[in-house]
Write a protein that binds this ligand. Structure first.
Ligand code: AP5
Length: 221
């Protein structure tokens, strides 16, 4: 099964993708995580991507698609994947369709998570991440048991550079899913809107219900 998770920054894509990937036993493919890993390793791709991420802008399609193409070839993505933050543009969506079609596969469902700007800013200003196992925390809604330490593996938690208030504003301005991207999946009757303003468990349930329905009948938007 191939699932696309769309939505503005901070609406819970990473939190939910991790859960769904574990539940369904499919790969979690996050282009944001891949860019951050490349930037931390100091590769040419990472350095280029970082210059866009620091300004709250999308990384150009040719960079993103080159990296994604390599990721799709890996073994763990052969049985299915949930794409977290990819695609972000209609050309990226078309390229994903083409790439999967070559293997006789296709995107099964595109889940579009939404939440208000106020809620997103509140969430991102209190987000903490585990650099070791990828757990995501939020000071108010999901604090770690011990401040600054990951519940799952005990590593010291960090914050993302692009969660600074001024960059979050840029991301919200420049990175909402574009109409042509949403229409790409709407036209394929694969788009389902999800209310991301609810609590984590309630959002997970909405996503699970939508995925289950998609295996039984064509998705409605
Ligand atoms: P990426 O890492 O994908 O960032 P993003 O899309 O801005 O999304 P976030 O990771 O900030 O938020 P999220 O929706 O995953 O929310 P989370 O679950 O963490 O991309 C980073 C950058 O890379 C981009 O800015 C861009 O430059 C570049 N990039 C990436 N992909 C690209 C592509 N395809 N093309 C071009 N450029 C690309 O949750 C946020 C917080 O809220 C957490 O603290 C969490 O604990 C909390 N939370 C989550 N759900 C809830 C809930 N229901 N209730 C209360 N709190 C919640």
């Amino acid at each position: 099964m191939y699932i696309v998770l769309l939505g503005p920054p901070g609406t819970g894509k990473g939190t939910q993708a991790k859960r769904i990937a574990e539940q369904l036993g499919i790969a979690h493919v996050s282009t944001g995580d891949m860019f951050r890993e490349a930037a931390a390793s100091g590769t040419a791709l990472g350095t280029r991507a970082k210059s866009y991420m620091d300004r709250g802008e999308l990384v150009p399609d040719e960079v993103t698609l080159g990296m994604l193409g390599e990721r799709l070839k890996q073994q763990d993505a052969q049985g299915g994947a949930i794409f977290d933050g990819f695609p972000r543009t209609q050309p990226q969506a078309a390229a994903l369709d083409e790439s999967l079609a070559k293997q006789g596969k296709s995107v099964n469902i595109a889940l579009h998570i939404t939440a208000s700007d106020d809620e997103v800013v509140r969430r991102l200003s209190g987000r903490w991440l585990c650099p070791n196992c990828g757990e995501i925390y939020q000071e108010a809604s999901r604090p770690p048991r011990q401040p600054g330490l990951c519940d799952a593996c005990g590593a010291s938690l960090t914050q993302r550079e692009d969660d600074r208030a001024e960059v979050v504003r840029q991301r919200l301005e420049k990175q909402r899913p574009a109409r042509d991207l949403l229409n790409h999946y709407r036209g394929q009757t694969k788009l389902v809107d999800i209310d991301g303003e609810q609590g984590v468990e309630a959002v997970t349930k909405q996503l699970a219900d939508a995925i289950r329905n998609s295996t039984q009948e064509p998705a409605k938007s």
